[in-house]
Structure formats: structure tokens, C-alpha cells
Design a protein. Structure first.
Length: 186
């Protein structure tokens, strides 16, 4: 079933929307949650909460990319669950490491100025990602957005784990240089 058809089911308030979302994106959402939480049962709960949040959000929202919309909800729910559980060992430490590596780019503070800069950084990051070769972009997004680990990405892309690590490190350096050239204080 196409995403636009699923979204219409949400707008019609048909419970079939939840069934179809589960069929099409359930494994994707569970993988994101499991990679962050490192616990299959909690990942299942997180995915179920994702469906509830999607049901509550659509309508009025009409997500342009349903997969990304659901992935973002799942990721945020899983990260919130990690914070609430206050467990240092969740995600085998890899989730914390992946976010620590991006701490230079992201701040937890909020103000109008910070929000404006955040939007500028997001736009610059999207331009940077658009210029990357497909595999390099998929690896980078897989680590920092999808919360996949090095071994998973290596298997998915037919690469060695060291090859994936080198690629990610190279992309981080490129990103830092790209943002610095555009006046972002890195």
C-alpha cells in the first residue's frame, strides 16, 4: 500500500491505517527503537507508542514522508525512554557515543537566536548530505539518525566494520569543514 493511501486511512480515522503502518514500517521502527534501547520488549512498547502518536498527529498533520515521520517519532520516544530509565549501559554505549560525537554541533539550550541558528544548521546539513555519494550519505544517516551500529551498517552495505568506521570519520571531518566554511562556530 502506498504511503498516501495509508495517510488517507488516518484522515478517515480507519484503524486499518495502524495495521498497514505496522505491516509496512513496523520492522523499521522496531530496529530504530531496539538500536537505541537494546531491549526487544521495550522496543515493542516504543513502537506501539509510535503508532499511538501517529494516530494522534494525523490529522491534522500530513507528513510528506511517512517513513521519516514514523522514524522520528520512534527515535524520540526511545531516546526519552533511555533518559527516563537513566541507564548508562543501554544501547551498549554506542548510542551515547554516537550522540557525544555530534555534541560539537548540537546544543540543548533554547532561545530565539539558537532556534534560528539550528534551522540554518539543519539547512546546511541537508545541503551537505545532498552532495554526498549515496553510500556515504546512507552510512552517515544510518549512524546519526537511524541509530544503527557499525556492524549492522557493515552487513547492510557489504563492507567491513573498519571500512564503515573510516567512512563515518571521514564524513564527520568533511561536515565540520563544510560548516566552518559557512560561518558556523564549530
Amino acid at each position: 500500500m502506498e504511503d498516501c493511501e495509508i495517510i488517507e486511512l488516518f484522515f478517515d480515522r480507519s484503524e486499518a491505517a495502524l495495521r498497514d503502518v505496522s505491516r509496512k514500517y513496523g520492522l523499521y521502527c522496531k530496529t530504530i527503537a531496539r538500536n537505541i534501547l537494546n531491549n526487544s520488549e521495550e522496543a515493542d512498547e516504543c513502537v506501539n507508542e509510535t503508532y499511538i502518536r501517529a494516530w494522534e498527529s494525523i490529522p491534522p498533520k500530513r507528513p510528506p514522508v511517512l517513513r521519516a515521520f514514523l522514524g522520528r517519532i520512534t527515535k524520540n520516544l526511545a531516546l526519552n525512554r533511555v533518559r527516563s530509565l537513566k541507564t548508562e549501559n543501554r544501547g551498549g554505549g554506542e548510542t551515547d557515543l554516537s550522540f557525544d560525537e555530534l555534541d560539537d554541533f548540537v546544543s540543548g539550550e533554547y532561545s530565539v537566536e539558537i532556534e534560528a541558528e539550528r534551522k540554518e544548521i539543519v539547512a546546511a546539513l541537508n545541503r551537505f548530505l545532498d552532495k554526498l555519494p549515496s553510500r556515504q550519505r546512507q552510512l552517515f544517516v544510518g549512524i546519526y539518525w537511524g541509530c544503527f551500529n557499525i556492524a549492522q551498517l557493515a552487513e547492510q552495505h557489504g563492507m567491513s566494520p573498519s571500512g564503515v568506521s573510516e567512512n563515518i570519520a571521514k564524513t564527520r571531518k568533511q561536515l565540520k569543514k563544510y560548516l566552518s566554511k559557512r560561518g558556523f562556530d564549530i
